[in-house]
Write a protein that binds this ligand. Structure first.
Ligand code: ADP
Ligand code: MG
Length: 281
């Protein structure tokens, strides 16, 4: 859209195309947001306090020529956020076999790098992101911070899009890329391996991610400790959100996400030498 004719996010009212509202599909439930649906070529999501901050960022990405993020089209008559639907496939809650592809892993790392490079020129102003307890690597770069297999749109093999900017906010390339690797390698105790992922080699996959993203030697050396710290903070935050926000956060907590994160921290500590070797040798 021409930035000159675009209304501010909060003034955008979405008018559906004729017939669009009869083409409705409930989208796979993510962890947190209830009631995400596809309507025609759009996605409708409950409006959130951070929606307009995310919308400003999505506008900026559009103007920067970044193709891999949805457009914020406004709010519909029910008050829901309306975004463009990105064609392609996202992994399910237990990521499918195809999500293990090493080429896909490489492409996720390269996609994230490109997003970080593009975002380097962005400073949120009109709608600042709501404050979040970001104690690790507080930074000045707007990052997605939730690049999970369920939030990456895959088209014809590689990663082609990223959705669900609910957790976007100020951070650093390292924090966001660590978090992405954690989800995609994935870094977790083997006891918590997803069904069908038992044979995936986390050391090999982490190295693939690191090389494709381009982590520095220092970033590679820091990884096990950074990951253990991240797990500690994530535990605190998940518990806080479960208690104060309820909904999907409380559901995840009841389902034992806390134990999974604790076991990840322990696994990272126990495997510090192997992880560093895999990343640096
Ligand atoms: N813009 C979009 N383009 C394509 N698929 C989408 C889009 N938005 C959501 N989806 C699908 O719906 C699922 C849940 O939506 P998401 O916005 O990630 O909600 P949650 O906050 O619950 O994770 C995604 O994992 C994806 O499969
Ligand atoms: Mg999601």
């Amino acid at each position: 859209m021409d930035p000159g004719t675009r209304l501010p996010a909060e003034n955008r009212i979405y008018i559906p195309a004729p017939g669009e509202e009869s083409d409705v599909e409930l989208l796979p439930a993510g962890d947190v947001t209830d009631g995400v649906v596809r309507v025609g070529g759009t996605v409708r999501r409950p409006h959130q306090p951070q929606s307009y901050a995310a919308a400003d960022y999505l506008d900026w990405l559009e103007d920067a020529g970044f193709e891999g993020s949805p457009r914020f089209l406004g709010r519909d008559s029910a008050g829901r956020d309306v975004l463009t639907f990105l064609p392609g496939t996202c992994a399910g809650a237990v990521p499918e076999q195809w999500a293990q592809s090493e080429d896909l892993l490489r492409s996720v790392a390269c996609f994230l790098r490109r997003l970080h490079q593009t975002s380097a020129g962005y400073t949120p102003s009109r709608h600042p992101f709501p404050p979040r307890p970001v104690r690790q690597d507080p930074g000045t770069l707007v990052c997605h911070l939730d690049v999970t297999p369920q939030n990456v749109v895959v088209r014809g093999g590689p990663a082609a899009g990223l959705i669900d900017f609910d957790l976007a906010g100020l951070s650093t390339t390292y924090k966001d890329s660590y978090n992405t690797a954690m989800h995609w390698v994935p870094l977790r105790d083997p006891a918590d391996a997803w069904a069908g992922w038992e044979m995936a080699d986390p050391f090999r996959r982490l190295r693939i991610f690191a090389d494709a993203y381009g982590w520095t030697p220092e970033e590679r050396r820091r990884l096990p400790q950074f990951g253990a710290e991240a797990a500690e903070l994530s535990l605190e935050r998940m518990e806080h959100n479960a208690r104060n926000l309820g909904g999907g956060w409380a559901r995840m907590w009841r389902d034992g996400v806390g134990e999974v994160i604790s076991r990840r921290r322990q696994w990272l500590e126990d495997n510090e030498a192997r992880l560093t070797a895999a990343l640096t040798r």
